[in-house]
Design a protein around this ligand. Structure first.
Ligand code: GAP
Length: 515
């Protein structure tokens, strides 16, 4: 199965099992807007909890807020979003399709990497056990030719982005002979800038309506509350403010399911530090965040850092945590050193002093900021891509299993009476009553046990508990583990401790190991 086929199956699975539905589906959907179903919302809430608790609960110097989506329009002038929150877009005149010019070039660069990987695989087959990959990469004329071209394009691309040179961006697309995937032609328009903010009107026209924006990032809600939180919480530098909330961007090209949406959710933390210490903190947060991702157990090699070619208007250093999605390594989270840009600009635009009095240094200054910013939906897609697994079983049957980390699974335990009579449902209900205040538990009595296991595998339930006639005699039940499919017989009284051990957030937090 190709990665593309796998991705299509994953999207179908998300719909079939109540994870994600297209928005307003009965009206044929709305571009790049999605709804979360009964299982999706549980997974999403668990992702948010994993993030929130690891920030706010496990760090004494980080607190949370929940700011409004609407903000004063001047906020977005001060932040630079009105003037500079643009994407470079290009249209193909034949297909009439619109693309992000920078993404076309990035995709071209990724394709060159794939070409190199293919050359390596061919050589590996040819030279068999004598193959030395390092030597091959350093000497193969074909590989060296591809690499040289990539380096040339990459450096032109970075320069063009940083200088906002739209003509050069178009020239790179022409020079790389990039074609429209729909029409297959190179009949491109010029590259233009396109502002990504959605706007609407607040108040009635008679009152003199104001244009307000739907926030394109949650971060500004934190910056404008910096003084409120610092003063009321008596916070001392370094300290952080965390927030989870909706953000909106009128993405030109919304693609890859929930990877790029027009309405999405962000989990952002702004960490305020002494000027001059921001690089140290940026490196620290890179480590902390990478460890948070890796603790989910999807394989360390599937994550990497990717430094930005073009720094956002507010940053002096920025990197992405990328995950190896079925469509290649792509950004899941950004870690940005935002300097004193935002607080400084809000100080200037609002006329209010936004500073920190540093008692040790005996001076006041505008703090510097290191930001960690991750999309909930993108994290959701990352987890689903990593967890989705089709397996052939020893008995020849097939199963689809979602290997979602147990603490994040929508349902933790499914309790199943073997038959719907003889008092077995009553015992099952009692077990549920014992667990339901702490965990999401499902009751399932329909179909054969095998079919019930398959249903729970498909939504990622880590534990299935079967109540049978022996349970009535000796008070034991069968526990079946999702990933290994191993079964064991345990006492009903021991069930609670076992569930705690297997699926608790505590256990997940304890696996986070910083490098
Ligand atoms: N405050 C900084 C900021 O917003 P960003 O790199 O533009 O930085 C941060 O966005 C994260 O938000 C990304 O790493 C991604 O996970 C998520 N994100 C951004 N745009 C998105 C979109 N259109 N759909 C889904 N997630 C998105």
């Amino acid at each position: 199965m190709t990665q593309e086929e796998l991705f299509k199956k994953l999207i179908a699975h998300c719909k079939e099992y109540g994870f994600i539905f297209p928005s307003s589906e009965i009206y044929d959907g709305l571009g790049a807007v999605y709804d979360y179903g009964q299982n999706g919302v549980e997974l999403k809430n668990n992702i948010k909890r994993y993030w929130w608790d690891s920030m706010v609960k496990l760090n004494e110097n980080i607190v949370g807020i929940d700011a409004a989506i609407f903000m004063h329009p001047r906020v977005w002038e001060a932040s630079g979003h009105v003037g500079a929150f643009n994407d470079p877009l290009i249209d193909n005149k034949d297909s009439k399709k619109r693309y992000r010019a920078d993404v076309l070039v990035e995709d071209w660069l990724a394709k060159q990497e794939e070409k190199i990987a293919k050359e390596v695989e061919k050589a590996r087959k040819r030279f068999k056990e004598n193959f030395n990959e390092e030597q091959y990469l350093a000497t193969s004329p074909r590989v060296l030719e591809i690499k040289a071209k990539m380096e040339e394009v990459h450096s032109r691309f970075s320069e063009a982005l940083n200088a906002n040179n739209l003509e050069e961006l178009k020239q790179i697309i022409l020079d790389c002979e990039i074609v429209c995937p729909i029409s297959g032609t190179r009949n491109w328009t010029d590259v233009r800038q396109f502002n990504l903010m959605f706007s609407t009107q607040m108040g009635s026209t008679a009152d003199g309506a104001n244009t307000v924006y739907l926030r394109p990032e949650t971060a500004q809600g934190i910056f404008v509350n910096y003084l409120n939180v610092q003063k009321t919480g008596r916070m001392k530098l370094p300290f952080g403010i965390a927030q989870i909330g909706k953000a909106f961007r009128n993405e030109i090209v919304a693609r890859q399911f929930i990877f790029r949406m027009r309405e999405f959710e962000q989990m952002e933390m702004q960490f305020f530090v002494q000027p001059g210490t921001e690089m140290e903190w940026w490196n620290k947060w890179k480590n902390i965040r990478m460890a948070w991702h890796r603790a989910l157990g999807f394989g360390d090699d599937n994550y990497r850092f990717h430094d930005h070619d073009k720094l956002a208007h507010y940053a002096n250093a920025a990197t992405d945590v990328e995950y190896n999605f079925p469509f290649g390594f792509k950004e899941v989270e950004g870690i940005h050193s935002r300097t004193d840009f935002d607080l400084g600009r809000h100080q200037e635009f609002s006329g209010k002093k936004i500073q920190y009095f540093d008692a040790e240094r005996g001076e006041s200054y505008v703090p510097y900021v290191v930001e960690t910013s991750i999309g909930v939906d993108r994290m959701f897609l990352q987890i689903m891509s990593a967890a989705y697994c089709e397996e052939k079983l020893e008995n020849g049957e097939e199963r689809v299993v979602l290997r979602i980390p147990a603490a994040l699974a929508p349902t933790k335990v499914a309790v199943m009476p073997l038959v719907k009579k003889d008092g077995l449902p009553e015992v099952a209900r009692k077990i549920i009553d014992e667990l339901k205040y702490d965990y999401n538990v499902a009751y399932d009595e329909k179909d054969s046990i095998g079919k019930r296991y398959r249903r729970q595998d498909a939504v990622g339930t880590p534990l299935c508990v079967t109540v049978d006639h022996q349970s009535l005699e000796d008070g034991t039940v069968t526990v079946r583990h999702r990933d290994s499919m191993q079964q064991e017989r345990i006492k009903i009284e021991a069930l609670r401790a076992m569930v705690d051990e297997e699926v608790s957030f505590r256990r997940l937090f304890q696996t986070i190991k910083e490098a």
